[in-house]
Design a protein around this ligand. Structure first.
Ligand SMILES: [Zn+2]
Length: 505
């Protein structure tokens, strides 16, 4: 019949066409994948062809008409962009393997956080070292405001005009070398000494170079969180701003989360670009200095306080501990008492928790601090423009470093159904790439770099716990990074394939 003939001619022509489009040599043919592309759009079925480090073709592929070096049958599984960790820690020169990140599907980490970064003013040289070390994940960098402040050697006071000029020049050098922006750590020394004018001058430079500001804010306490967000938003006049590991310490309930999220929205309505990241755990992890007063957060400040005003320090610690859910809510992750709570360490030594802290000082250990409310944090996890981070490093004694991204799928998608898989993937890849200005990663589209995961979402499990924090996540057994297969059937390749990512300003 003529009609049927026309149809088959059409099909024949289509086949010719697709084979014309695909007859060249490919490195990978990924067959019959359910693509979740990282934009938040609904999944769809297609084949992928990879050449070199790039996603070269997405569509229908006839296996008989192409030649590809490698083939993988992805039927029954999803393929997603490799995840991007918006706030991570670790040193690619010390621990380049970064299996904690790869194990939970993370292929790019954002370092230089909380105001602290290496070799400020000389990031090019640091990038060269990183490239030599060849990390197992891609590295995006921020330049640390605190590190810049230390390098210019400004004490507790305001920088002079000359000092501020030195600071902005260091910042500028790092931005030109490829940093994605500046990070601040205003709850830590020395960021804690920075005032409005200084932060504003720095923000102007960040904005001029189209970077962004990521901030560990002044305070995450319930009573101070709004003031902290407002302080950050003030810099938002000059550059996009981002609240790192957004949390409300001692805050409770979904309603409180709504208030905070609405407050952030009010800045967006004023035209300020304001984003945030969050890790899906109700305990933070940081140095025990976090419970010490500003005047005793450093070794020298503490020694001086022990001599000059021990009672004042004792009272401060007593109140602070009470406010932070008591000595049972501090679980040491390093130092002499690693694995024990402050309450346990106290009964072991026969000292009161406060006396023990006084004796240890602010820099003796890090700890998990159980100071957050699950319900409140869960609302933040699912909020708009909030992306996922781990705030973790390979050596940190907190399960978030090994589990965060798996937990989002395991808990928020599979168990609680608070997020669709597409939304979750968006929060872990596309949204982050878009926010950073990382143009060729974070989504699956032709021309993008081939950072890809193939997995069965039902198999994903976060296995790290507070008592066993270094257990790798389960489920991400096929990982491609820059076109190289770095994990196959669960086994990691020895060869590392990460690169240093540079923002072009
Ligand atoms: Zn932080």
């Amino acid at each position: 019949m003529p009609f049927k003939g026309k149809t088959s001619l059409l099909i024949f022509l289509l086949l010719i066409f697709s084979s014309v489009a695909t007859a060249q040599n490919w490195d990978w043919h990924i067959d019959d994948a359910t693509i979740i592309d990282g934009t938040g759009q609904e999944s769809y079925q297609a084949d992928l062809l990879i050449r070199g480090n790039t996603i070269a073709f997405i569509g229908e592929v006839n296996a008989d008409t192409i030649s590809a070096q490698n083939y993988v049958d992805a039927s029954g599984k999803v393929i997603t962009p490799g995840f991007i960790d918006a706030h991570a820690h670790g040193d690619p020169l010390e621990t380049p393997d970064f299996r904690n990140f790869l194990g939970m599907g993370v292929t790019t980490i954002v370092l230089g956080q909380d105001g602290s970064s290496p070799m400020v003013g000389n990031l090019d040289a640091w990038f060269a070292k990183v490239e030599e070390a060849k990390p197992a994940v891609n590295i995006a960098m921020f330049t640390g405001h605190g590190s810049i402040r230390s390098k210019v050697d400004i004490g507790k006071q305001k920088p002079s005009a000359t000092e501020l000029d030195k600071m902005t020049r260091l910042l500028e050098a790092d931005l030109k070398a490829g940093a994605f922006g500046m990070s601040t750590g205003l709850e830590y020394v020395p960021g804690i000494y920075a005032q409005k004018e200084e932060l504003q001058e720095m923000a102007k430079v960040v904005g001029e170079h189209e970077g962004m500001i990521m901030s560990h804010m002044r305070s995450e306490d319930d009573s101070k969180i709004k003031a902290s967000l407002e302080e950050l938003a003030a810099q938002g006049k000059y550059a996009p701003v981002h609240a790192s590991h957004l949390k409300v310490v001692y805050g409770e309930g979904q309603q409180r989360a709504e208030e905070i999220l609405n407050y952030i929205d009010s800045f967006r309505e004023q035209g300020i670009e304001f984003t945030a990241d969050v890790y899906p755990y109700a305990a933070s992890y940081t140095g025990i200095g976090i419970v010490f007063p500003e005047w005793a957060k450093t070794e020298s400040g503490w020694k001086q306080a022990m001599k000059e005003r021990p009672d004042m320090l004792r009272n401060f610690l007593k109140d602070k501990l009470k406010q932070r859910n008591g000595p049972g809510a501090v679980l040491f992750g390093s130092g002499e008492f690693a694995g024990k709570t402050l309450a346990e360490a106290s009964s072991l030594t026969g000292q009161s928790p406060v006396d023990l802290l006084m004796e240890m000082g602010p820099e003796a250990a890090s700890a998990a601090h159980f100071v957050m409310n699950e319900e409140l944090q869960a609302r933040i996890v699912v909020a708009d423009k909030v992306m996922i981070s781990s705030d973790g490093s390979p050596t940190m004694h907190h399960p978030r470093a090994y589990g965060s991204f798996a937990k989002i799928i395991d808990h928020y998608v599979n168990e609680e159904q608070m997020l669709s898989l597409e939304q979750a993937i968006y929060k872990m890849s596309g949204l982050t790439a878009q926010t950073l200005g990382l143009e060729d990663r974070g989504t699956i589209k032709e021309g993008n770099k081939a950072d890809l995961l193939i997995f069965d979402p039902k198999e994903v499990k976060a296995r790290a716990t507070f008592s066993n924090p270094h257990k790798l996540a389960k489920g991400f057994n096929w990982i491609m990074l820059n076109g190289e297969l770095v994990r196959k059937n669960g086994a990691f390749k020895e060869q590392r394939s990460g690169v240093a990512l540079r923002e072009s300003h």
